[in-house]
Design a protein around this ligand. Structure first.
Ligand code: ACO
Length: 323
């Protein structure tokens, strides 16, 4: 059977770093409050004119270089983003054009913070069915553009950035020993729309809007739903938290990450954490963390990597990958 094997991974963070101390000059908050509640110390913010497609392109180029592959080999681009350059065309087609690709398909996918897991699950289906040969799955966000910088409850949480993986369809034996994406689980439940949303849009207000969130409610749902989606992976594969080499969760909040790892029986030294330096970069957070741990040699070929995320909608999901 065909498997979607990770051939490369790359990321990009905008140059400008905004510390908690800088935010404390703008809104009534403190470094102590932010660190204690979220684990976030700083975040990157895109420069004026630096768009989601620009940072996504940099991550994509880094992933292709890591894979040692040429852009012409890619016949599917999925960009997970809630902050596209324009309402249309898709950010993915902009990146496709910049890469000089004129074959295959490129489209955006909207599942907010779960976007990368949804994108990986989607690309995996294309590759395993033989509909595509090699895919770029990109998570790229400029959440700084949809933040209400006067709302201390949300503006301290998010950051900008992009990450990408190159997946290639390769023959596998159909067992858990195969390299590649082994299982994916994605879920949505639109009843929770009002817990986390943007209060504008092309089809309603004709504006972009600002992010709004009931933080406590999101927190409560996150720990339950994230553990539930991973339990599906465990029951399907017969694996447990002890079998996971690296847990790379969506980076929203250090307390959510720790509580989820504890629930799943995954020791904290097996968890990749970037939220302290990146904040919550939505769909970009997992590929940013994957790229960091891949680059610094923590994640090694053949190891089992578990990813999970939850985001607005609600949407949530997980994937198990043998690197
Ligand atoms: N600085 C100082 N005080 C603040 C700040 C701030 N930046 N923000 C809120 N407060 C105040 C509130 O006004 C409130 O004050 P009050 O008691 O006088 O009314 C007090 O702090 C407590 O506020 P809560 O919202 O109850 O604080 P909580 O402990 O729940 O922490 C937080 C808030 C960090 C947002 C938390 O709920 C959380 O992390 N939720 C998850 C949200 C999240 O991660 N969303 C990301 C998108 S979804 C995802 O990616 C999974």
């Amino acid at each position: 059977m065909l498997r979607s094997v990770v051939r490369g991974c790359g990321s990009y963070l905008p140059e400008r770093i905004v510390t908690n101390a800088e935010l404390a000059q703008r809104v009534d908050t403190s470094d102590e409050w932010i660190v204690q509640r979220t684990g976030i110390h700083q975040r990157h913010v895109a420069a004026e004119g630096e768009t989601t497609s620009m940072i996504g392109l940099k991550a994509a180029r880094a992933a292709l270089a890591d894979a040692g592959m040429d852009a012409s080999e890619i016949d599917l681009i999925v960009v997970a983003t809630a902050t596209p350059d324009h309402t249309f065309p898709a950010t993915a087609t902009q990146i496709q054009a910049e890469l000089g690709i004129t074959e295959g398909a490129a489209f955006d996918l909207q599942a907010v913070c779960s976007g990368f897991v949804f994108g990986l699950a989607t690309a995996d289906k294309f590759l395993r069915s033989g509909a595509a040969r090699a895919a770029l799955v990109i998570g790229a966000e400029t959440f700084s553009r949809i933040l209400d910088w006067e709302d201390r409850a949300t503006c301290v949480l998010f950051g900008d950035g992009a990450g990408a993986v190159v997946l290639k369809a390769e023959e596998g034996g159909g067992t858990l020993a195969d390299r590649g994406v082994l299982t994916t689980h994605i879920r949505s439940d639109g009843r929770f729309k009002n817990k986390l949303y943007v209060d504008g849009g092309a089809g309603s207000t004709k504006t972009v809007g600002f992010l709004r969130m009931e933080g406590k409610e999101v927190f409560r749902h996150a720990v339950v739903k994230l553990a539930e989606t991973v339990q599906h992976t465990f029951s399907e594969t017969g694996l447990s938290g002890r079998d996971i080499d690296w847990f790379v969760p969506h980076q929203a909040n250090r307390r959510i990450i720790d509580a989820t790892a504890d629930k799943l029986g995954i020791s904290h030294d097996r968890v990749v954490v970037t939220v302290d330096r990146h904040g919550n970069t939505s769909a970009a957070s997992i590929p940013l963390a994957l790229a960091e741990a891949h680059r610094d040699g923590r994640i090694q070929p053949g190891q089992l990597v578990l990813i999970e995320a939850m985001g607005g909608g609600f949407t949530w999901g997980s994937a198990l990958i043998r690197w």
